[in-house]
Design a protein around this ligand. Structure first.
Ligand code: ZN
Length: 582
């Protein structure tokens, strides 16, 4: 395939380079040119420029430059003649008659043949749903899983029979064995005989974004391993570059301005069938940078809706990394009740799914909620751990204003001083450290007056110590305070020694901050009247609880008409009230 220079020139003048580039990169107008994020190198701020006259693109970041044809050629990674043909077809410009030359592009020919083999194989698989008892059973199974005839047709599902050289025999007359092996659909056994890669499987054609079948996924029908088998990599198929159902979803993704990413074929198909047709699947691999870039040509907004199990949660976190690198606006939908999207829609219907989808939190809120679930936020250690889990994402947020906003949110959410988080982020950015991480020693805070009074009281006043310790260990009011571990140790010491020696307490504390707290309390000019009032408050609180308890018992005694007990309870209540002057 070879085109004359005049046709190439004609093509170049009849297509708009901005329109061509916009098929791949989001551009915005800036003066006389258009700018966007360069698709040829990693960047966060746009340095990729496109001009209409002269029709030309140039990247200030990596130096990539050229015209509309070289742009598409680089994006699609295809040959020059293939690019010319693709653009001519895309823009409805009639191709001139070309003689095939001896030096015709061998790769292009081969790719074409591989596509033909896949198309042919898909037809064969499809027909086998009807042509054998085994296929009919498989079709019944697919329908039982809730897929309509229309959906089965739309996604081109089919069936690979159980015997080993079915496809070999049906395709061998038309394609060479060598080519069939290159397609990945046929393999060579130990005996040297070719056999089918996919046997006894429900077949899901995997199409590229322009709708050409480039591979298959096969789910075993009945028992067998592996449950899912995909095509191996071939000249036309690289799993890291393909998003399942993107060909069907791309228009809807543009229209709805976001995409939904799910894990499995069935989830993806079920959502499309339910009308949620901006859904794509990552096809049994964890998401790759190339897949995110591919999707980025259609939208920069994504909702990640993986399975709710541990593997799905881990895959969600990995996808966040990749989408953040590509500057996506990410939300996460974690369906309740352990359902994947397919089973959720079957159980609850698409309306509820759509409502949850609308409310799906931003990735950052998802992370905050998750860190709250897995860490004990009542303890300082738990809080530090939780903050450290979200800090790396904070560091990855490239937009400065957004980072400032999120920093504030994190500080509020966990009750930390914002400046600690800011400093840590600055430090890791400067040192190019792997992960930002806050350590306990960085958390400088002061005791609240009441914490200080109580601490002072148990250290200075043995009789107060007994009362405070008793009340604190019963109520656990200290849990969650900055001084939590100090009171915890104090209670332990009191239980062992019957008193609290400040030296013993200091010796048991394992960090400088806590020691600092104890010293703050010990050396504070404490108004003992204030401390007494503080204790008094605790005592009154305790008495009130006891009175409440007595009141319940009194009601019980009244019901059972136990007058002796009633008299006893009443006198205890009066005494309690008197003791705290209530
Ligand atoms: Zn560049």
């Amino acid at each position: 395939m070879k085109f004359g220079d005049s046709f190439v020139e004609q093509l170049k003048t009849s297509i708009d380079i901005v329109h061509v580039v916009q098929g791949y990169v989001r551009l915005r107008k800036s003066g006389s040119s258009f700018v966007g994020i360069c698709p040829f190198h990693q960047e966060k701020t746009p340095s990729f420029h496109v001009r209409q006259s002269p029709a030309y693109y140039y990247c200030f970041g990596c130096g990539a430059k050229g015209d509309a044809i070289s742009f598409v050629q680089n994006m699609e990674r295809i040959s020059f003649p293939e690019t010319v043909k693709l653009l001519a077809e895309r823009y409805g410009i009639p191709l001139p008659k070309v003689e095939s030359t001896p030096e015709a592009d061998q790769t292009a020919k081969e790719r074409l043949a591989l596509l033909e083999i896949h198309q042919e194989a898909a037809e064969i698989f499809k027909s086998q749903f009807a042509s054998s008892p085994e296929g009919k059973q498989a079709l019944a199974y697919v329908k039982e899983r809730g897929l309509s005839d229309q959906t089965i047709e739309k996604f081109g599902l089919g069936y690979a029979l159980g015997f080993s050289d079915n496809l070999v025999r049906r395709l061998n007359g038309r394609f060479s064995t060598e080519l069939l092996i290159k397609s990945g659909l046929i393999q060579i056994g130990d005996s040297g005989r070719p056999y089918d890669r996919f046997r006894r499987r429900v077949m899901f054609p995997i199409r590229n974004e322009s709708g050409k079948i480039v591979a298959f996924g096969g789910r075993i029908f009945g028992e067998g391993q592996p449950k899912y088998l995909n095509s191996s990599e071939t000249p036309i198929y690289s799993k890291s570059r393909i998003l399942y159902a993107l060909d069907l979803a791309k228009d809807s993704v543009r229209r709805k301005t976001f995409a939904i990413l799910v894990e499995g074929y069935m989830d993806c198909i079920a959502l499309h069938q339910a009308g949620v047709d901006n859904t794509i699947a990552s096809c049994g691999t964890s998401l790759t940078e190339l897949q995110a870039k591919l999707l980025g040509r259609f939208s920069d907004r994504i909702v990640v809706n993986f399975d709710p199990d541990a593997a799905g949660a881990a895959a969600t976190l990995r996808s966040l990394d990749i989408f953040l690198e590509q500057n996506f606006k990410i939300r996460v939908l974690a369906l309740p009740g352990g359902d994947d999207p397919d089973s959720f829609i079957k159980r609850h219907g698409v309306e509820i799914y759509s409502a949850l989808l609308d409310k799906a939190p931003s990735y950052f809120d998802y992370l905050l909620q998750k860190s709250r679930q897995v860490n004990d936020l009542k303890s300082v250690e738990g809080k530090i751990q939780a903050v450290n889990q979200v800090l790396p994402y904070l560091a990855k947020t490239s937009n400065r204003l957004e980072r400032v906003e999120l920093t504030k949110r994190v500080a509020e959410f966990f009750g930390f001083d914002e400046s600690i988080i800011r400093e840590e982020l600055k430090k890791t950015a400067n040192l190019r450290q792997e992960r930002p991480e806050i350590h306990r020693s960085q958390i400088r805070s002061k005791l609240t007056p009441s914490e200080r009074y109580l601490l002072k009281a148990i250290l200075d006043n043995p009789s107060a110590a007994r009362e405070v310790i008793q009340q604190l260990s019963a109520s656990e009011d200290y849990v969650g305070l900055d001084s939590e571990s100090i009171f915890r140790q104090a209670i332990a010491i009191f239980r062992e020694e019957g008193r609290i020696d400040p030296g013993h307490l200091l010796a048991r504390l394992d960090n400088d901050r806590d020691k600092d707290f104890v010293n703050q309390a010990l050396f504070s000019e404490l108004d003992m009247g204030q401390a007494t009032r503080c204790l008094e408050g605790l005592r009154r609180q305790k008495a009130k609880l006891e009175i409440d308890q007595l009141q319940k018992e009194i009601r019980q005694a009244e019901l059972s008409q136990d007058f002796e007990l009633l008299a006893n309870l009443h006198s205890r209540k009066v005494a309690l009230k008197r003791s705290v002057a209530l």
